[in-house]
Write a protein that binds this ligand. Structure first.
Ligand code: 5AD
Ligand code: SF4
Length: 435
C-alpha cells in the first residue's frame, strides 16, 4: 500500500508553493496525498513565523492533531517552513512528539522518508537550492507559481525572513524559462514569478530581462510577480509593465509606513517621497494599473504624527487594496531590541482606523470600473438555473463574477479569456456579463 502524506500549510504564497514542491517530492517517492489526517502515515506542518499569530495557529493545530499518534503509533510528524528553520531542535524539546524538523532549504530530504532519522533536524544552508529542480505537484491547472529567487538580504528591522529563508539567491534563467515552457505545454495560462524580493532578480539577466523572455513563450497569456521591493522598482521595470503585453497591470508594493522617520527605523531604504515618486511614475506609464500594499501599524516608537503620515499616505496614494498588520514582536530581529514598543490597544486602534479608510478607498476604486470592459481569465464556473456562473480575475487582479449574455454563443471553459462588461461593483469583487 502506498504511504500517505497530509500537508497543512500556513503563511504566504512561498509556503503554499513549497508545499506543492514537498508533495511533488513525496509523490515521486511513490507516496500519495490524503486530505484526511487520520489516514496519513506522515503529517507535515509547513509553518510561518512572520507574526506571532501565525506561530500560535501552528502550535494549536499541532496540539489538535497529536492525539492521532495514539491510534497510529507509526504516524510521523514533520515540522517544515519558517518556524522549523528558526527554532530547529528547540521544537523537539517543546513538542517531543515531533519526528522531523526540516527548514525551507532542506525539503529534498523528504525524497526518502525511511532514510531520515527520527528526531532529526535538517536546517543547514543549502547553496544548491537555486540550481535544484524540484518536482512540483500543482493543484491548479491554469495558474502556476514559479520560484525565481530564494531568500532575502534586506533585513527590514521587523522581519524574520532573512533569518528563516537565508541569503538571496536567483535561479538560473534557463531553469526558469524551461519550467515556464513546460507549464505552457501542459496548458497553464498564467504564471506568477515568486520571490521574497522578486524584482531584485539577477542572473545573466535582470528582472525586466527575465520578464521579456517569459513574455515570448507561446501559450502563456498572463505574467504576474510577487513581492516587489520599492527600492528595486526601476524605470526599466515600469517600461516592462507598460510594453510587455502578457505582464499584467498590477503590482504589490509594500509601503509599510507613510512616515519617512519610521521607514528609516524599519531599514526600508526609501523615504515616503521616493515611494510616491515611483507610484506617480507607474501611474503615468501604465494608466489604470492596480497597486496594492502592506502596512504595519504600531511599529516601535510610532508617534501619533507618524501614524497620521501613514493615514495621509493611504489617502494620497489611493491603493487598490491593502494588507495591514499590527506590529508583531519577532525575537532575534533588530526592532525587537527597540525600547519604545507600543501597547496592544494603540496598535489595534491604529490598525482598524487604517483598515476602515482603505475599505472605503477600495470600494470607490472598484466603483470607478462600473461600465468598463475587463478581460478576465476564467478560473472556475458553476452551473446555475440561470446558466453558467463564472469566476475569474481581471489583469489588475480583481475578482469578477459573471454570466453570459443569453443565449450564449459558445460556453466558456476554465482557462479561457473573456471580455466582461462590468455591471456591478463591491469592495471584494466585481460582477458583469461576458460580451
Ligand atoms: N509584524 C507585523 N507585520 C510584519 N510583516 C513582516 N514582519 C512583520 C512583523 N514583525 C508584514 C510586512 C510584510 C508582510 C508580508 O508581513 O508588512 O510586507
Ligand atoms: Fe522581510 Fe523586508 Fe525581506 Fe520583505 S524585504 S522579506 S519585509 S526583510
Amino acid at each position: 500500500m502506498k504511504k500517505k502524506y497530509y500537508i497543512e500549510t500556513f503563511g504566504c504564497q512561498m509556503n503554499v508553493h513549497d508545499s506543492e514542491k514537498m508533495a511533488g517530492i513525496m509523490k515521486a517517492d511513490g507516496m500519495s496525498e490524503t486530505l484526511n489526517p487520520e489516514d496519513a502515515d506522515i503529517l507535515i506542518f509547513n509553518t510561518c513565523s512572520i507574526r506571532e499569530k501565525a506561530e500560535q495557529k501552528f502550535f494549536s493545530s499541532l496540539g489538535r492533531l497529536r492525539h492521532l499518534k495514539k491510534s497510529n503509533p507509526a504516524l510521523k510528524i514533520a515540522v517544515t517552513g519558517c518556524i522549523a528553520q528558526q527554532e530547529g531542535a528547540k521544537i523537539l524539546k517543546r513538542t517531543p512528539y515531533v519526528d522531523y524538523v526540516i527548514g525551507p532549504q532542506n525539503i529534498h530530504v523528504l525524497k526518502d522518508l525511511d532514510s531520515i532519522q527520527i528526531h532529526s533536524v535538517a536546517c543547514n544552508d543549502n547553496p544548491l537550492i537555486a540550481a535544484t529542480d524540484y518536482p512540483v505537484d500543482r493543484k491548479d491547472g491554469i495558474k502556476a507559481w514559479v520560484t525565481i529567487m530564494y531568500g532575502c538580504d534586506n533585513y527590514c528591522s521587523y522581519c524574520v525572513v532573512p533569518y528563516t529563508r537565508g541569503r538571496e539567491i536567483s535561479r538560473p534563467r534557463e531553469k526558469i524559462i524551461e519550467e515556464v515552457e513546460k507549464l505552457a505545454q501542459d496548458g497553464f495560462k498564467e504564471i506568477t514569478f515568486l520571490g521574497q524580493n522578486v524584482n531584485s532578480y539577477k542572473s545573466d539577466l535582470d528582472f525586466p530581462g527575465l520578464l521579456n523572455k517569459a513574455n515570448g513563450i507561446p501559450g502563456i497569456e498572463r505574467i504576474r510577480f510577487v513581492t516587489s521591493h520599492p527600492k528595486d522598482l526601476s524605470k526599466e521595470l515600469i517600461c516592462s509593465i507598460r510594453d510587455l503585453e502578457k505582464v499584467c497591470e498590477h503590482i504589490h508594493l509594500p509601503l509599510q509606513s507613510g512616515s519617512s522617520r519610521i521607514l528609516r527605523l524599519m531599514n526600508r531604504k526609501y523615504s515616503y517621497e521616493e515611494y510616491l515618486d515611483k507610484i506617480l511614475g507607474l501611474r503615468d506609464a501604465v494608466p489604470g494599473i492596480s497597486i496594492t500594499t502592506d502596512i504595519i501599524a504600531g511599529f516601535p516608537g510610532e508617534s501619533a504624527e507618524d501614524h497620521e503620515a501613514t493615514v495621509n499616505a493611504i489617502k494620497e496614494i489611493s491603493f487598490d487594496g491593502m494588507f495591514a498588520f499590527k506590529y508583531s514582536h519577532r525575537p532575534g530581529t533588530y526592532a525587537s531590541g527597540f525600547e519604545d514598543h507600543l501597547g496592544d490597544k494603540i496598535k489595534s486602534d491604529r490598525l482598524y482606523e487604517i483598515i476602515d479608510i482603505q475599505n472605503q478607498i477600495t470600494e470607490n476604486r472598484n466603483r470607478s470600473l462600473y461600465g468598463s470592459t475587463q478581460q478576465i481569465l476564467i478560473e472556475s464556473f458553476v452551473e446555475a438555473r440561470e446558466g453558467r456562473q463564472y469566476q475569474g480575475r481581471t489583469r489588475t487582479n480583481k475578482i469578477v463574477n459573471c454570466t453570459q449574455s443569453t443565449p450564449p454563443a459558445v460556453a466558456f471553459i476554465i482557462g479561457d479569456l473573456a471580455d466582461v462588461n462590468i455591471t456591478n461593483t463591491a469592495r471584494h469583487s466585481l460582477a458583469g456579463i461576458i460580451k
